[in-house]
Design a protein around this ligand. Structure first.
Ligand code: OAD
Length: 242
């Protein structure tokens, strides 16, 4: 049980940012925790356009592994609690996730954007064909499919050095929210790590902010409230909608 509460008033607009920690209790390892390395590679070494240009087979092996391990995972009480808050707040709720898994959707969340892309979608590296649903695993160079334009099919992921998705929508929601909550992110990867500074520096509408996670993030001092604990333990009791 969590004794502290975050009260969402009848006129509040809630912006939630989630990171890998929200899916940790579902069995998906965080990036910078134990088991965060894949075959001794750090995420930054594989998730970038240069790695794709040099060795697309290695990059697809990594994302195939991530598809394989994420597919059987199930939403945990934190995902479910957030979906319930969305059900109560409707259009006064907005979820921005850095996660590429689909556990928020599978818990029932609908008003969300995946700023770093989606693990179970692929797209063409060359043309502007729409990203499409794809659960396949590609383990060799010859298995990597080609688009009708000739380009290779790549994961629909925002890699280091690329621009995250839906930034206009995200900044619109950051401008208008009155409560800003962050769950399970280490606060070291930008632009998401800077959202708390963006809302704190806004003029006009005051904002309340909170962080939920087992340890304080790099930007901890910027939050109004911090809940130390696992998201699945803290969230179901912490948010109260009037
Ligand atoms: P990190 O692995 O950097 O941080 C995970 C955070 O979750 C840490 O602060 C943990 O303390 C916290 N955590 C662990 N277990 C938790 C739990 N049960 N409940 C709540 N919090 C918990 O992951 P991110 O900050 O999400 O980008 O990483 C940001 C980005 O870096 C990712 O989206 C990914 C990566 O490179 C791309 O792939 C582009």
């Amino acid at each position: 049980m969590c004794s502290q509460k975050i009260i969402i008033g009848r006129r509040d607009l809630l912006f939630i940012l989630t990171g890998a920690g929200v899916s940790a209790e579902s069995g998906i390892p965080t990036f910078r925790g134990v088991n965060g390395l894949w075959n001794n590679f750090r995420i930054e070494e594989l998730a970038n356009p240069a790695a794709w240009a040099r060795d697309p087979e290695l990059v697809w092996k990594f994302y195939s592994y991530r598809r394989r391990t994420a597919a059987p995972c199930r939403p945990n009480p934190a995902h479910l609690a957030l979906a319930e808050v969305e059900r109560q707040l409707g259009e006064r709720y907005f979820l921005c996730t850095q996660n590429v898994d689909d556990l928020h959707e599978r818990a029932g969340s609908r008003r969300l954007v995946h700023m770093h892309g989606e693990l179970f979608k692929s797209r063409c590296e060359s043309c502007d064909r729409e990203p499409f649903d794809d659960h396949s695993e590609y383990e060799s160079q010859s298995a990597i499919p080609r688009c009708h334009c000739g380009g290779k099919i790549r994961p629909h992921i925002c890699w280091f050095g690329e621009v995250p998705f839906e930034m206009d929508r995200i900044y619109y929601e950051l401008e208008r929210c009155t409560v800003f909550g962050v769950i399970g992110t280490s606060g070291v990867v930008y632009p998401a790590a800077g959202f708390i500074h963006a809302v704190n520096q806004r003029r006009g509408i005051p904002v309340r902010s909170f962080y939920v996670g087992p340890e304080p993030p790099a930007n901890a001092s910027s939050f109004t409230q911090t809940f130390v604990g696992n998201a699945g333990n803290v969230l179901p009791d912490a948010i109260f909608c009037e």
